[in-house]
Design a protein around this ligand. Structure first.
Ligand code: ASP
Length: 303
């Protein structure tokens, strides 16, 4: 069998009690996502389909900060970002400030395939969703008790500094290699808790939180989006691999060394055309899982 590989992440962050209390459910969620993506690849499906469906599973899972379970901004609203990229032909689609769309990653794929643009936001993205009869849900569908509690807790904090110290975040993403040797990446998020309305993170920025190129690798990022954007994380890793740095080394260099000047919290998962993975983070934890034709499923939530 030609090599196939898939990795997913469910966000890099500090360790938190909700994760410890629901460890089993988080692990099950990661396993379910990997199984979905891997079964698509095993049947000869494309890396693009695999990352899209894998991310959609995590968007539907209320434990993760994407789709249902998204973080709330400082006005108590959900605004979501998502992106997808095909390494074969460098096509990409992104959406930002999306509300009521059940699976923003499906909408990102539609932007890529059904429009002449790469990136649509707000009402324009919603128009495309309606035109293509994408599933829509009431605003209340997206708000989980946990995220509502976070919103209330953060609103009680006195200063902006206190809120920033909490650094509450989370995101989901997937990278894959299919039997045809094609790479793809997808990322989706509810953003950072208590952010300003209209804030856009890295998850929908091609080259930052999502990048794929068959000549190098596919990357999905997580962490403080402001830093991933300024470090152009996904594309930088891809360039280093293009210039022959081993994938894991490139991920480590970008997350731990190159990034020192800015010092934000972040993590990445990546895969190359040989089915090798690169996984790196500078946060306390990163929820992650991976499987390939030469490695059975691995799931890690903590160290
Ligand atoms: N990167 C996401 C954002 O900044 C959040 C995260 O990954 O935790 O919107």
């Amino acid at each position: 069998m030609d090599k196939i590989a898939i990795a997913v992440h469910g966000g890099a962050s500090e360790n938190y009690s909700f994760l410890q209390e629901h460890q089993k459910e988080f692990e099950e969620g990661m396993a379910q996502a990997i199984k979905k993506g891997y079964s698509i690849l095993e049947k000869g499906g494309s890396a693009l389909d695999a990352v899209e469906e894998t991310v959609a599973i995590l968007e539907d899972n209320p434990l993760f900060n994407a789709g249902r379970g998204s973080a709330l901004n400082c006005q108590g609203e959900v605004e979501m970002d998502a992106s997808i990229m095909s390494g074969k032909d460098l096509r990409a689609g992104s959406v930002s400030m999306v509300r009521t769309v059940k699976n923003p990653v499906h909408l990102a794929r539609l932007v890529m395939e059904k429009t002449r643009h790469v990136f649509l936001s707000g009402y324009g993205a919603l128009e495309i969703a309606k035109k293509h009869e994408v599933e829509i849900e009431a605003e209340s569908y997206f708000i989980t008790p946990y995220q509502y509690e976070m919103y209330q807790t953060l609103n009680r904090l006195e200063t902006l500094e206190d809120i920033q110290k909490k650094k509450l975040k989370g995101t989901v993403g997937a990278v894959a290699l299919d039997m045809q040797g094609n790479l793809a990446a997808a990322t989706s998020t509810g953003g950072t808790s208590n952010c300003l309305p209209g804030r856009i993170g890295d998850s929908c920025v091609i080259g930052a939180g999502c990048y794929a190129n068959n000549t190098s690798c596919a990357v999905s990022g997580t962490g403080e989006g402001e830093y991933l954007i300024r470090n152009v994380v996904g594309h930088t890793i891809s360039m280093m691999v293009e210039f022959d740095m081993p994938l894991q080394e490139a991920c480590d260099y970008v997350i731990h060394e190159r990034h020192k000047q800015l010092n934000g919290e972040m993590g990445v998962i990546a895969v190359n055309k040989h089915g090798d993975f690169g996984i790196s983070f500078n946060t306390e934890i990163m929820k992650r899982a991976w499987q390939s034709s030469s490695q059975k499923m691995q799931i890690r939530l903590f160290d």
